[in-house]
Design a protein. Structure first.
Length: 338
């Protein structure tokens, strides 16, 4: 992420007037960096970097590259999934910035309006050229390759971890269904021709997983049915009610006495160090710290991209602090792990 931060910072420094307004530029960069580098899983510096890369690739087609760049930097400056006025607050922040650098009032209003358009995206009526490309850059993730799209799905779910899993699946599927019903997902002709079909394939793929309540089960992992999910959760509550030990030395014999098999897999920043293949998901698991002093028990949904811990059953804080995950099964592990 440090490399991404440096590239985004370079783009920020190259904007007009910034060389003459170093203090203002530095102060605002600190605000931008702090917010986009916070606990966000998708609306972060990588999202800005991907958008500025698309801008660079299409700069000859855009009249005001500087204004589109401003819109990119500020459009998600305020991002609180529990609030409904993020775009308005982000536009207000840009207006404040524009005043400090004495940006032309017409340009300032234009960028603020562009930021507000991201609230509804596809409801925008006949956007002019630069706005079309800005909105297309923001939704370009929908037409990314499947691995990147799965990372995007995982990131959005993490940002909405306050919403119960089943409720999230239903609400997210409804939103994506509305996207699919739009005659065009991209406003510019070149994005429409090159990206629309791929985006729709990704949307249908995610919707299918959402409606089957099996999101985050990648192609290498067997998709569970709803009864398997409920059975897995029931097992967790049963184990917790029986007083599952928190000490790793006591945990192994405790599981063995219940005919449960245990497999410990290293984690690196919340991702599996070694991908699990041919696993029935979701799985019961134990999460452990590097010193084995902290152990948590719960249910996990995951894929080779990363692990997703349903917040309805976990209170982990930052799971980057956890160094291993132990899966336990009520069937011989060779039936599940190859």
């Amino acid at each position: 992420m440090q490399e991404i931060r440096e590239k985004v910072f370079q783009t920020w420094q190259q904007l007009p007037k910034h060389s003459a307004l170093r203090t203002i530029s530095s102060n605002w960069w600190q605000k931008l960096d702090a917010l986009y580098s916070s606990s966000r899983s998708y609306h972060n510096l990588l999202h800005l970097h991907e958008m500025t890369q698309l801008l660079q690739q299409n700069k000859e087609k855009i009249s005001r590259n500087d204004l589109v760049t401003y819109a990119i930097f500020f459009h998600d400056l305020v991002y609180e999934p529990t609030e409904n006025d993020n775009e308005e607050k982000s536009a207000e922040a840009f207006t404040e910035f524009a005043k400090e650098i004495t940006l032309d009032i017409r340009d300032s209003r234009m960028v603020s309006n562009w930021i507000l358009q991201t609230k509804s995206h596809l409801k925008t009526q006949n956007p002019e050229n630069d706005l079309s490309y800005f909105l297309d850059f923001d939704l370009a993730i929908l037409s990314s390759n499947r691995k990147r799209y799965e990372e995007y799905c995982l990131g959005i779910r993490r940002e909405y971890k306050h919403v119960p899993y089943h409720q999230y699946c239903e609400a997210r599927a409804a939103v994506l269904d509305k996207f699919l019903s739009c005659p065009r997902l991209y406003f510019s002709d070149d994005f429409h021709l090159s990206r629309d079909l791929v985006a729709r394939e990704n949307l249908r793929w995610e919707i299918d997983l959402l409606k089957s309540k099996s999101l985050f089960c990648g192609p290498k992992i067997q998709t569970p049915n709803v009864s398997a999910w409920r059975a897995s959760i029931a097992t967790i509550f049963e184990l917790k009610s029986e007083g599952c030990p928190n000490d790793i030395d006591q945990l192994r014999p405790w599981l063995k006495s219940r005919n449960l098999f245990f497999l410990r897999v290293p984690l690196e920043r919340g991702k599996l160090k070694y991908p699990l293949e041919h696993c029935a998901m979701p799985l019961n698991c134990i999460l452990g710290s590097s010193d084995d002093q902290r152990v948590a028990v719960g249910t996990v949904v995951g894929s080779s991209v990363g692990l997703y811990f349903d917040p309805s059953f976990w209170d982990l804080g930052d799971f980057d602090d956890w160094s291993w995950v132990g899966f336990f099964f009520g069937v011989p592990k060779h039936d599940l792990i190859q």
